[in-house]
Write a protein that binds this ligand. Structure first.
Ligand code: NOJ
Length: 750
């Protein structure tokens, strides 16, 4: 790392530490909010509850004719609380000037944006980052996103998404932390801390948004926006924990979701928004609706019209309306008629104003609008270094027969095949609306230091036309004209690196799939090349778990590289050639077939778990119930040996667990030791395994480490269907090891 970059990073840390020494004066803040509120008319208050899309890009269905016509006028009247999809210092300043200079009270607006995995410099997609199991790195990645976004005028990101999901068909799994609530909660905390830092009034922090509250990841059949039908045990134990952790870590906003839960659209759900979030969890920030999730309550069959939407949503605790135009047009009449109480409006507006004060917008509405800072920080070199590190850490080695990897420098003739190898756009992944197209380092570019060893043939196109954020990706389903050239190249090479997978825009919002295979003609290409050369390293790029049973059986080496963002090709090249030893672990199970989905390691045993000769067991007749690659799984260029598990109950609901891990190989490597428990008999049936601890560390060859876990009430209990937390006496099984499948077993009794 250069000195300039080191100084920059140290500077950032000092800035945050200094800011941290000044505790927020809550009472003073509350009285500022109340004073301002007392000056506001009802129309101005309702205006604060109104979030408008900007003037160009959209991230949802366009509004109905005429709805968005009066935006400028509303800004001038102080009837806009926040805007989304406006970015860049110049644009933000223009809008802020209208709000501040022209409206009666000059209340600044918030600028929200989907900064999901970076603003311009892109880190890996969130699912990939989750595979790092490295909380410091994930926090650091969100920090960089915040620094760049804040420098470009943005003060609010609609991230992190913390929807737990077990359904790889759902395109939005790319945006989350995977299938497990424990890992997901740790990631939620890291991301919130990364975005918000310790001081919101600093110029390099932005407010985060925990989304989507709640249950959105359980959309039936993996179809986006579809119905959710889960019980309260799943809600309390699987869905809500990351949100609770986000709230405990001070997240300032929560976004509700599109789906219904127990027949009620989340935007109109009082139980979720008022009873749980605001009352039980004492959430002090504000709730924002999702894009038109208000209006969609009409489609759901829950609201008659937009006026009804406004009544239901405001009373249920949804504080800000994104792109439904329900509050701006109907709340006043509802207050006048007594259907919405003034206290509901006051509570929502106080929450919104408080966040604006916390951000320091009343002191300086243009604090994020410094063009020089924008020029200096966006695409900063230090950010490239950091996202490269994050990308390396996100790669998972799925298979490595006969140590085919790492590749040998200088000696091997290597064929690189697959359109994705030469693609500098797709690896940026989905959800990167602020960034610039085609700015990723492609695999071929990353392999340039080894160009004397490498020859390339595309084999087949993945797409037949441009792939964009708003449209379905056109996949090449038939053109195999490049196969022969690829086969010829493979025949004369020692080893073949095949870069295959999904286009970056095949996952993300509105991009559910019914198939989880390699799209288009890629599977055929893989098999055709395999016919002539079996020394294949398959480099997978995808935004979700794939079902690739043929490859898992036949291809000797498989590297899961997801969509790794700006530095993709460099990270992949460094792992391929052994400059970095991969240490990622899957945050989601990879199924054998679509028919197994939804699938997760923390399933229930059922009453008929044993697969005996008869058919009367909870299995499939044509497929195993085990995943292809389990949650927590990932290999290394070295191997780790587990020994000497000791488990001791040290006090009331206190268990100490110790295990020795030794690096048995010839290179240093990183391991993630995972601890799983099973509460054998409980008043609410518990899953066969639940992750309750993990530690990531590095070991030199031959080095051993004692890994110690302390289990407490927080890890040993569960929620019943009414949301009460219990730790029950009795027998527990424990497994400590290298994945959810493999480890040393023990037990203890509470
Ligand atoms: C809809 C998505 O569900 C949400 O996550 C996003 O933040 C908004 N659109 C705004 O773009």
């Amino acid at each position: 790392m250069t000195n300039k970059i080191t100084c920059y990073l140290v500077g950032m840390i000092l800035l945050i530490m200094a800011a941290c020494e000044q505790p927020a004066a809550t009472n003073e803040l509350d009285s500022k909010v109340s004073n301002l509120l007392s000056e506001m008319t009802l129309e101005e208050k309702i205006g604060q509850m109104n979030l408008y899309n900007g003037f160009w890009s959209i991230t949802g269905p366009p509004p109905a004719e005429g709805d968005a016509a009066n935006k400028y006028q509303h800004l001038e009247e102080g009837s806009v609380g926040a805007m989304l999809n406006i970015h860049g210092v110049e644009n933000v300043r223009k809008i802020q000037e209208i709000a501040v200079n022209n409206s009666r009270l000059g209340i600044p607006v918030l600028f929200g944006y989907d900064v999901i995995h970076g603003y311009k410099t892109l880190s890996p997609i969130p699912l990939a980052e989750a595979a790092s199991w490295d909380m410091d790195a994930i926090e650091g990645s969100a920090r960089i996103a915040a620094i760049e976004a804040a420098a470009a005028g943005i003060n609010w990101t609609f991230a992190p998404m913390m929807d737990i999901s077990r359904d790889a068909r759902w395109g939005r799994v790319m945006e989350g932390g995977g299938e497990d609530p424990f890992l997901g909660s740790r990631i939620a905390a890291a991301r919130v801390k990364g975005f918000q830092g310790n001081d919101l009034s600093a110029t390099n922090t932005i407010i985060a948004c925990a989304k989507h509250f709640a249950g959105y990841g359980f959309a039936e059949a993996g179809r986006d926006y579809n119905t959710v039908d889960i019980g309260t045990v799943t809600l309390y134990n699987e869905v809500l924990p990351p949100f609770k952790v986000a709230v405990d870590n001070g997240v300032r906003t929560v976004m509700n979701s599109f789906n219904i839960l127990n027949g009620i659209p989340a935007n109109g759900d009082r139980f979720l928004q008022r009873d749980i979030l605001k009352q039980a969890w004492s959430f002090g920030g504000f709730v924002v609706s999702d894009w038109s999730s208000g209006r969609e309550m009409i489609n759901h069959g829950y609201a008659r019209d937009l006026r009804h939407v406004a009544e239901l949503a405001a009373n249920a605790g949804s504080d800000m309306d994104m792109e439904s135009y329900a509050y701006i047009n109907h709340l006043k009449a509802l207050v006048d008629s007594g259907q919405v109480d003034m206290s509901v409006i006051d509570d929502a507006v106080k929450r919104i104003l408080k966040v604006k004060f916390e951000l320091g917008l009343f002191d300086d509405p243009y604090k994020y609008c410094d063009p020089e800072r924008e020029r200096e920080l966006v695409y900063h070199d230090a950010h490239q270094e950091a996202v490269l590190d994050m990308a390396r850490k996100s790669i998972v080695l799925l298979k490595n027969e006969n140590n085919l990897l790492p590749l040998q420098k200088g000696s091997q003739k290597i064929a690189v095949i697959g359109a994705l190898a030469d693609d500098n756009n797709s690896p940026l992944g989905s959800w990167r609306i602020s960034s610039d197209d085609s700015t990723a380092v492609s695999v071929l570019k990353g392999l340039e230091p080894y160009k004397d060893q490498i020859s390339y043939a595309k084999g087949a196109d993945l797409i037949t036309g441009p792939a964009t954020f708003l449209q379905k990706v056109p996949i090449n389903e038939s053109d195999k004209s490049g196969f022969n050239e690829a086969i010829r190249l493979a025949r004369r090479s020692d080893i073949v690196v095949m870069v295959l997978g999904e286009h970056g825009f095949q996952s993300g919002e509105g991009r559910s799939r019914t198939k989880l295979d390699l799209p288009g003609v890629q599977q055929e290409l893989l098999e055709a090349v395999f016919e002539v050369n079996q020394n294949i390293v398959l480099v997978l790029m995808n935004g979700r778990p794939l079902a690739i049973p043929w490859a898992a059986e036949h291809i000797p080496a498989i590297l899961e590289t997801w969509h790794l963002g700006s530095q993709s090709g460099n990270a992949i090249a460094q792992v391929l050639f052994g400059d970095h030893n991969p240490g990622g672990k899957l945050p989601m199970s990879f199924p054998r077939s679509v028919g197994q989905v939804p699938i997760s390691y923390n399933r229930y045993n059922t009453g008929r778990p044993d697969a005996l000769d008869l058919v009367f067991w909870s299995t499939y007749t044509d497929e195993s119930i085990e995943p292809l690659f389990p949650f927590g799984y990932g290999l290394s260029y070295t191997s780790f040996d587990y020994s000497d598990l000791s488990v001791e109950v040290t006090g009331e609901n206190q268990v100490s667990v110790e295990v020795t891990v030794t690096n048995k190989g010839k290179v240093a490597g990183e391991e993630v030791t995972q601890l799983y428990i099973r509460d054998v008999v409980a008043s609410v049936v518990r899953p066969i395994k639940e992750l309750k601890g993990f530690q990531k560390y590095s070991l030199d060859p031959g080095q051993s480490r004692n890994v110690v876990f302390q289990l407490t009430e927080a890890e040993l209990g569960f929620y019943d269907g009414a949301g009460n937390y219990h730790v029950e006496p009795g027998e527990f099984e424990i497994m400590v090891g290298t994945s959810s499948k493999e480890g040393l077993n023990g037990n203890f009794t509470l």
